[in-house]
Design a protein around this ligand. Structure first.
Ligand code: CA
Length: 218
């Protein structure tokens, strides 16, 4: 699951980005609303977390614009104010949920999970293959009846492979899925994570075809 975070407050943005990554979401962080449109058209996101008080284009305008563009992704609005009028404005503009600052991070996680689940589409369903069960919303992996702890990148890689079970996924596509913007991609990263996953789940859980990519057998 990939989240776009728009927050101009550096401290808050930085801590939200880190916390969401700890929860194994891929996160891209923007400090203003202007680049949101381009980001949404170039990258498939599952959720937008949008601060309303932004420099330049206000958050509500960003929200109205993306709904006018027919983007249907769930939007969680962060706001410093919480009057009824503000909420009505936000809902009218297409927000799915609100969080008033300051908030507890566990509440943010709960709202995020609820929004991702509410979508009710294929992206929220449990992924099952080669004896592994991965819950993309609760961020849980079960193997042979036991819960398995994975790092954020191991989880992201496994999620992409399970989503495409039976089909080969290119290395480039996997790299795109496990790195956020601006992170330097190391040349053998995918191999490193594939080999860690094979250690966890057995060597036959991921197949390699040279020059094509990797797959989890269906
Ligand atoms: Ca702000």
């Amino acid at each position: 699951m990939r989240i776009l975070l728009v927050e101009d407050d550096f401290q808050l943005g930085e801590s939200l980005e880190a916390a969401l990554r700890m929860e194994q979401y891929a996160v891209d962080w923007l400090r203003s609303g202007e680049p949101v449109r381009a980001a949404l058209s170039s990258t498939p996101y599952d959720l937008l977390i949008l601060d309303l008080g932004l420099p330049g284009t206000p958050g509500l305008q960003v929200l109205r614009q993306l709904r006018a563009d027919k983007h249907r992704l769930p939007v969680l609005v962060l706001t410093a104010r919480s009057t009824v009028a503000d909420k009505v404005d936000g809902l009218d503009s297409g927000a799915d949920d609100f969080l008033t600052k300051p908030f507890d991070i566990s509440e943010l996680f709960a709202r995020v999970r609820a929004l991702l689940r509410r979508r009710g589409d294929h992206k929220a369903t449990l992924l099952l293959a080669v004896g592994i069960s991965l819950d993309p919303v609760d961020r849980q992996v079960i193997f042979e009846g036991e819960s398995v702890d994975l790092t954020a990148r191991e989880f992201a890689l496994l999620e992409i492979l399970l989503r495409n079970a039976g089909r080969y996924v290119s290395r480039a596509r996997l790299e795109e899925g496990i790195y956020s913007w601006g992170e330097e991609v190391e040349s053998n990263t995918v191999e490193v994570y594939v080999s860690r996953l094979r250690k966890r789940f057995g060597s036959s859980c991921i197949e390699t075809m040279r020059g094509v990519g990797y797959r989890v057998p269906a």
